[in-house]
Design a protein around this ligand. Structure first.
Ligand SMILES: C[S@@+](CC[C@H](N)C(=O)[O-])C[C@H]1O[C@@H](n2cnc3c(N)ncnc32)[C@H](O)[C@@H]1O
Length: 232
């Protein structure tokens, strides 16, 4: 699957291990739910760390691929097909994550509000919700078409950002030999302050924001991707 080649979670793990290792360790075998888990790249890393993994995604194709990978590797994983803006899952989790800007696929602030309330409801006391978003800065400034070339396939990407609706649109042409397929992705860009307000309104007692880029993790006007860590 082409998707697995462009989404590699390596740059996140430094930050995730920084947050959840050492004195911040979240238990010996935490139960983790990954929202927008895609083909399960992050879940596989979580399993390697001894965590008990559940994945949720809206796409049957992504979940099918994740299921195949876990079955082949003999990794136990619960997978469910649901919309992260409207979900409930039985059980209690120590950690809920959402990575690679999956939260930006929730297209309105009311959906974000429901998402945060649902996550809060399934976290145990002091449980953590950790997720990233891409920023308006990224959407406004990364608008030039670009390509990614692999041995057998080429991806031609054309980004576009509508500053009125705050919707970023990415058209992807997937070219392999004489075959050409098109995908269109739409994401909503949110003010970081509005995300914080909604975390508080959902009942999270505290949250911090960290940049995925740079050693200091400091948020700057030019940050393209921000990681939120909220505590119930
Ligand atoms: C950019 S991908 C990231 C996938 C995965 N987190 C990773 O890092 O490889 C976004 C994922 O979010 C999923 N998604 C989009 N909207 C969703 C929604 N409303 N509820 C659940 N999953 C959603 C997509 O199907 C896709 O798998």
């Amino acid at each position: 699957m082409v998707y697995d080649r462009i989404h590699t979670p390596n740059k996140y793990w430094g930050l995730i291990d920084e947050i959840f290792a050492g004195k911040n360790k979240i238990g010996t075998k935490p139960r983790v739910l990954d929202l927008g888990c895609g083909t399960g790249s992050f879940l596989a890393g979580m399993h390697e760390r001894g965590w008990e993994i559940t994945g949720l995604d809206i796409s049957s194709g992504m979940l099918e691929r994740a299921g195949q990978k876990f079955k082949a590797a003999g990794i136990p994983c619960v997978l469910c097909q649901k919309d992260m803006a409207d979900f409930h899952i039985e059980g209690e989790f120590e950690l809920v994550t959402s990575n690679f800007d999956s939260v930006n696929y929730v297209m309105d602030i009311e959906g974000i509000e429901r998402l945060f309330k649902n996550v809060h409801a399934i976290l145990r006391e002091n449980g953590v919700f950790a997720f990233d978003v891409v920023t308006k800065y990224q959407a406004q400034n990364y608008v030039n078409p670009f390509k990614k070339e692999f041995e057998d396939v080429r991806l031609e990407m054309v980004p576009h950002y509508d500053q009125t609706s705050n919707i970023k649109r990415l058209e992807i042409d997937i070219v392999s030999g004489a075959d050409r397929a098109k995908e269109v992705h739409e994401q909503k860009m949110y003010d970081l302050g509005d995300i914080g307000l909604n975390l508080k309104a959902a009942g999270f007692s505290e949250y911090k924001m960290m940049s995925i880029e740079g050693k200091t993790r400091e948020i700057m006007d030019s940050s393209t991707r921000v990681y939120f860590v909220a505590v119930k």
